[in-house]
Ligand binder design. Structure first.
Ligand code: NAD
Length: 505
């Protein structure tokens, strides 16, 4: 097979060679568990393969952790907490978080490439992730200093409130933003003074392992412990562990509920960042061209694998034809292909299993009477046959109670509804079990404010999407979760409150 086709575009072999060359450059040397500051095989000696979703080739074999590995990690974390980390000052922890941020900044390019290989997101998207990751560590490096106690002083009453770390926390994360989710979890946990046992998703374990290689000399042994493995084998034991004092989970609502049930047995505090099915509301005064850009970004960024994706569009009748025409053109104009290629707009989904899941929803949508305005199938391009690709898809005509509308597809699929009665539209917009995010597109401040207030969700965008700033709390209403990340509030989730009353008589 030739490396380059006659017109200079990619061939299957060009894509494979490109990916193998980058893999050679960025795959971490260590793919074991990172426990107590050491690289260790799983107790069973077992491993699992992580695949490149663009080529289907194996990137690396990674240690397959199970309950006894989790036990070792929790023990190492407590040892680190008792012997060292609990004694650190806020300034010392601030310095560690800043040093991690510096280190990531220095290695952004290789970490972004690794993320693209393991997850399939485009290199441009992975680079944007890296900026946010650095920002996370820097934000919590600063926020450390705000985590102060309080005092109560009035005649005859003297007391103080201390915010103490839990000690050892368990953290479980998904595959859609692998290293970003690491930063959302580790930065506040460490800032608040905890040690952690963290489990990355089995689909994307590589970037956290490389991060550990990079920062192992910055963090004391045992402060961060990484147990790679499958959900039921390595995640479940973390969520059931008696010595884990706090759980933080990001992933699907179904697994989040299981984690919460497990946490109930030990009455462990839990933060959950779960799924979403977020509404995008377009008012009649919206500029169609600007609306198309915002909507396309809301649904197609990161191949639709965003918990906060705008996946249900409610567009006012008056602008519907213009907006939908523009969206079809945008979807059909997207370059679906190799995420390492700068020309690519939409990379593969993370795994074959996720493609099948998405295609299953699309098939049932078709049976349910959906009209496919765009996409609905894998790309015709044969060079992409080994990868996990789905075309950007727009669907109209489904009942709002169809499962494809109610459930999270987690792919580049937008369902469209036209409206002319605001109240009826808003009833539908809120008629899902989720409440993670939402958005409104209008130039009318009054309409914007009304819709912001009416959408039942934890994060609302006005004329934009996906932008998040450290300091603005992020988290869900309804079944999208409990707790908030990205903000000083997050430190509260990683501390417990102790009141002290003094007898001054
Ligand atoms: P998932 O729930 O299948 O898996 C998430 C993590 O949980 C993985 O590490 C997995 O191994 C682990 N896990 C699976 N079963 C487990 C069990 N029984 N006990 C303990 N751990 C278990 O989700 P996913 O498919 O990896 O990720 C996609 C989901 O994550 C989507 O629903 C998405 O909306 C959600 N998500 C939410 C946010 C947010 O901030 N709200 C951010 C990113 C992703």
């Amino acid at each position: 097979m030739s490396n380059v086709s006659d017109d200079g575009s990619n061939t299957t072999e060009t894509i494979r060679s490109r990916h193998r060359a980058v893999a050679e450059e960025v795959i971490p040397d260590h793919t074991q568990l990172f426990v107590g500051g050491e690289w260790q095989d799983a107790a069973s000696g077992d491993t699992f393969d992580t695949l490149d979703p663009t080529t289907g080739e194996v990137l690396a074999s990674v240690a397959r952790g199970r309950a006894e590995d989790v036990d070792r990690a929790v023990e190492a974390a407590w040892e680190a907490y008792d012997e060292e980390w609990s004694e650190t000052s806020t300034s010392e922890r601030q310095a560690v978080l800043d040093a991690i941020a510096d280190c990531i900044e220095d290695h952004q390019d290789e970490l972004a490439k690794l993320e693209t290989l393991d997850n399939g997101k485009t290199l441009m998207e992975a680079r944007i992730d890296m900026d946010g990751i650095v920002e996370q560590f820097r934000f919590f490096a600063g926020a450390v200093q705000t985590n102060r106690g309080q005092t109560t002083d009035e005649p005859g009453v003297s007391g103080r409130v201390i915010h103490e770390p839990y000690g050892v926390v368990g953290q479980i994360i998904p595959w859609n933003f692998p290293l970003a989710m690491v930063s959302w979890k580790i930065a506040p946990a460490l800032a608040a003074g905890n040690c952690t046992v963290i489990k990355p998703a089995e689909q994307t374990p590589l970037s956290i392992l490389r991060l550990m290689e990079l920062i192992e000399d910055i963090i004391p042994d045992g402060v961060i412990n990484v147990v790679t493995g499958y959900g039921e084998e390595a995640g479940e034991p973390i969520s059931k562990h008696e010595d884990v004092r706090k759980l933080a989970f990001t992933g699907s609502t179904a697994v989040g509920k299981q984690v919460m049930r497990n946490a109930a047995d030990t009455v462990t505090d839990v933060t959950l960042e779960l799924g979403g099915k977020s509404p995008v509301v377009v008012h009649a005064d919206a500029d169609p061209e600007e609306a198309v850009q915002t909507i396309a970004f809301a649904i197609f960024a990161n191949t639709g694998e965003c918990c906060e994706a705008g996946s249900r569009l409610f567009v006012h009748e008056e602008v519907a034809d213009d907006v939908l025409g523009g969206l079809v053109a945008a979807a059909e104009g997207m370059n679906v292909g190799d995420p390492l290629d700068d020309e690519t707009d939409l990379g593969p989904k993370v795994s074959r299993e996720q493609v099948e899941r998405t295609m299953g929803y699309l098939e049932r949508a078709r049976e349910g009477g959906a009209n496919f305005l765009a996409g609905g199938e894998p790309p015709e391009d044969e060079t992409l046959d080994d990868g996990c690709f789905v075309k950007p898809t727009l669907i109209e005509g489904l009942d709002h109670d169809h499962e494809a509308v109610q459930e999270e597809i987690f792919g580049p699929v937008l369902e469209v509804f036209r409206w002319d009665d605001y109240d009826e539209m808003m009833t539908l917009a809120n008629d899902v079990e989720y409440g993670l995010a939402g958005g409104v597109i209008t130039n009318d401040l009054e309409k914007a404010d009304r819709t912001v207030r009416d959408i039942e969700a934890g994060y609302i965008w006005v004329n934009t999407w996906h932008e998040m700033s450290p300091g603005l709390p992020y988290g869900g209403y309804k079944q999208s979760g409990i707790g908030r990340e990205l903000s000083a509030d997050t430190l509260d989730h990683y501390t417990q409150t102790k009141s002290v009353k003094y007898d001054l008589e």
